[in-house]
Write a protein that binds this ligand. Structure first.
Ligand code: SIN
Length: 489
């Protein structure tokens, strides 16, 4: 176990895969690094197609029994898991910070968020109902029942190592599905710790299986998409990878949930509460150092308040403390790896070349380590790479606008549509703009929208399907119609 960790429950540190209720070590492994120091923190099995098939077979066998458990049986096990996550939250947060680099306070928030999905879907499982539909013929009744879709493949990203696994696993378990999860190579340990807790909670063998892999990622993903025994794939990650998974799933007509890239617009109208809008930008843009799919990417500020807004935002950003994520004063940690730093830097340089000015930051923080980038505020941003591609880094790019119609057109001028935000106190405008924005989620006078109880998901090339909320279970179910006759005898 990495020496930085002080776990009360060392069993949570797992460097193995989990198939059919057994922890397995691989003969080949890949290394995992702390993004803050660059130090190696451990290694995990480099599994491939054969092990993925074994995991899928285990999930298919376990589905025969798990798929017919009652909602109450699943609720009981899931609530045990929820309670174990709460009891072990300090340890889980340490693991998350070590592998991802987010400050410890953020990791604690993530564990609470992750566990909240388990609690939410336990509740959905126990209260799930069907329908009775009036039938035009007297002696027939029409009924609708909902059944689990079957074994599911789960592929999650490194930016929320616990919460993205929690969100998908919870919905699958609640619906009565079994799963094969592929852990992100950069951050496998949070998912493995969650699976250890699944075992402790009494999740039966074969219901939850985990594969770790780095160089075989593409082959493992392809197998999950093409294997007939998996009935659904849920993926959070980039739009290009989502498109590949969708085409690989075509042959088996697999059900898909894709939560893909965003390029969120954040609009501050002239009638906004400026203080609240600045707090909104900070929460939304700089959460997890800009490495979330729902982060503001293009910040549009009305000309009449632009200069004041920019300088007040810059003052706050300048006060951030970037550094060791285990240090309690640190507000922002490193990015995940040097590729992320290079992309952020390239976006900033491109914006500057096209006329933007740097108010704060705008550079790599090499004195802190290879993966640190200074939280940045850019003003007078013109059309540049940031318009068309999410930066996934701590860069607030401020664009000017003059009219509502113009800014809506600019906000919608992108192929993706996950989240959008705006600040205004005009009730008419609030309805108009909320309805006009081409996204799946709109934050109105708030920069934070995520909760277990809301339908998280996008439109356009941000994908489809909804995670969390009363709609989330449906993505893991089939609807079966029963026509019941013979009532006249
Ligand atoms: C994501 O970045 O994919 C998820 C963010 C969230 O759940 O708030």
């Amino acid at each position: 176990m990495a020496s930085t960790l002080k776990l009360s429950n060392p069993a949570l540190w797992k460097e193995q895969c989990y198939i059919d209720g057994k922890w397995e070590s691989g003969s080949e492994t890949f290394k995992v690094y702390d993004p803050s120091t660059g130090n190696e923190i451990g290694s995990c099995p480099e599994y491939g197609v054969n092990e993925t098939r074994r995991a899928i077979d285990a999930a298919a066998t376990a589905f025969k029994t798990w798929g017919s458990t009652t909602g109450k049986e699943r609720y009981d096990i899931m609530m045990k898991l929820f309670n174990l996550m709460k009891e072990n939250s300090e340890d889980l947060a340490q693991i998350c910070t070590l592998e991802n680099g987010k400050p410890l306070a953020d990791s604690k928030g993530e564990i609470t968020y992750s566990a909240s999905f388990i609690e939410w879907f336990a509740g959905e499982a126990i209260k799930e109902t069907g329908d009775i539909i009036p039938h035009p013929m007297k002696n027939i009744r029409s009924l609708v029942i909902k059944q689990p879709i079957g074994p599911c493949g789960i592929i999650t990203p490194w930016n929320f190592p616990s919460a993205m696994a929690g969100r998908k696993l919870a919905a699958a378990l609640g619906a009565g599905c079994t799963v094969v999860m592929k852990a992100p190579a950069e951050t496998p340990y949070s998912m493995l710790a969650m699976v250890e807790l699944c075992e402790q909670a009494g999740v039966p063998k074969g219901v939850v299986n985990v594969i770790t892999t780095d160089k075989n990622t593409k082959d493992v993903g392809k197998e999950m998409c093409e294997n007939k025994k998996l009935k659904k794939i849920t993926f959070t990650g980039s739009t290009p990878v989502g498109k590949i998974l969708m085409s690989q799933s075509a042959n088996t007509l697999k059900k898909l949930s894709l939560e893909l890239g965003g390029n969120a617009p954040f609009i501050v109208f002239e009638d906004a509460d400026i203080e609240a809008a600045i707090a909104g930008v900070i929460a939304c843009k700089f959460r997890q150092s800009g490495q979330t799919c729902v982060c503001a990417n293009r910040i549009y500020v009305h000309s009449s308040i632009y200069d004041e807004f920019a300088s007040r935002l810059a003052e706050k950003v300048e006060a951030f403390k970037v550094g060791n994520p285990f240090d309690s004063n640190t507000t922002h940690g490193p990015l995940i790896h040097s590729k992320a730093v290079d992309k952020t830097d390239a976006h900033v340089k491109d914006a500057i070349e096209k006329g933007a000015k740097v108010l704060v930051g705008g550079k790599k923080l090499t004195e802190l380590g290879e993966n640190f980038y200074a939280p940045t505020v850019l003003t007078d941003v013109q059309h540049c790479a940031i318009n068309d591609d999410e930066t996934f880094g701590p860069v607030a790019a401020l664009y000017r606008f003059d009219s509502e119609s113009e800014v809506i057109e600019q906000a919608n001028d992108t192929d993706v549509g996950l989240a959008a935000y705006f600040f205004s106190r005009d009730i008419g405008r609030i309805w108009r703009v909320a309805e006009a924005l081409e996204v799946g989620m709109v934050g109105i006078n708030t920069g934070l929208i995520s909760q277990a109880s809301i339908p998280f998901g996008g439109i356009k090339e941000s994908g489809f399907g909804r995670e969390g909320s009363k709609y989330g279970l449906a993505d893991y179910q089939i609807i079966k119609y029963l026509a019941m006759g013979g009532l006249d005898r």
